[in-house]
Design a protein around this ligand. Structure first.
Ligand SMILES: C[S@@+](CC[C@H](N)C(=O)[O-])C[C@H]1O[C@@H](n2cnc3c(N)ncnc32)[C@H](O)[C@@H]1O
Length: 208
């Protein structure tokens, strides 16, 4: 970094790309994810992480004893995450490139918090069911499954969620053993644009 100290909220230049670390990622995103339930020292899964708009604030919250596993099938986004992590001196992010598979090599009841943020529209109903079941397996008993539901009916419908209502989405998640807990409102980052929105949180039901 040419010996210059770079502060949060500034622009990081590297040979191949220019990363703008938004104030949202280091401030408002942190506040929002704390409100959503992420805590220090936790183990987090960010499935479909892309450039890490949520990976970074999660990593800031969990600090050095926690870890964020950031999964994407498209690894060209990982350079952006690495650069932002370097900028903030975060050593607690593990990026994993997959081939789109929905079963993972993680142990049972491993994660405290799983984020499915703006990603479910990529998956058809059968695929979503596989993902929920796998999320149920790897989430701790007291863990939280958190979904940022986008691209459903009434919310710029797109791809596999274009004919799905929020209520139907909640029911399909509940049918996989989760219980709808709460809706958390705030300023969210959607495709690098800030907008008012919400995530929906689920807990695991006992005896499923
Ligand atoms: C619209 S972006 C959302 C990024 C981020 N979660 C956010 O909210 O800012 C969706 C990401 O999910 C990834 N994705 C879609 N299906 C996937 C799959 N089956 N496995 C891994 N990543 C997937 C895409 O490559 C893309 O980077």
């Amino acid at each position: 970094m040419n010996g210059k100290k770079v502060k949060r909220g500034s622009i990081f230049h590297s040979k191949h790309n220019m990363i703008k670390l938004s104030k949202w990622e280091s401030k408002k995103g942190v506040e929002f994810l704390k409100k959503a339930g992420i805590k220090q020292d936790q183990i987090i899964l960010d499935f479909g992480c892309n450039v890490g708009n949520y990976t970074i604030p999660a990593a800031i919250i969990v600090k050095e004893k926690g870890i964020v596993f950031a999964i994407d099938e498209d690894d060209h986004t990982f350079g952006a995450i690495d650069n932002k992590a370097k900028l903030l001196e975060l050593n607690n992010i593990k990026t994993i490139k997959t081939n789109g598979e929905l079963n993972f090599d993680f142990a049972d009841i491993f994660f405290d918090f799983i984020m499915l943020y703006d990603v479910l529209h990529y998956l058809n109903f059968q695929q979503r069911k596989i993902l929920y079941k796998e999320n149920y397996r790897i989430l701790r008993t007291d863990g939280i499954l958190s979904i940022h539901p986008k691209h459903m009916i009434g919310n710029f419908p797109l791809m596999e969620l274009r004919n799905v209502t929020l209520q139907q989405l909640i029911i399909e998640v509940e049918n996989s053993g989760f219980k709808f807990k709460e809706k958390i409102f705030g300023e969210l980052n959607h495709d690098n644009h800030l907008e008012e929105g919400y995530v929906i949180n689920f807990s695991k039901t006992v005896n499923c």
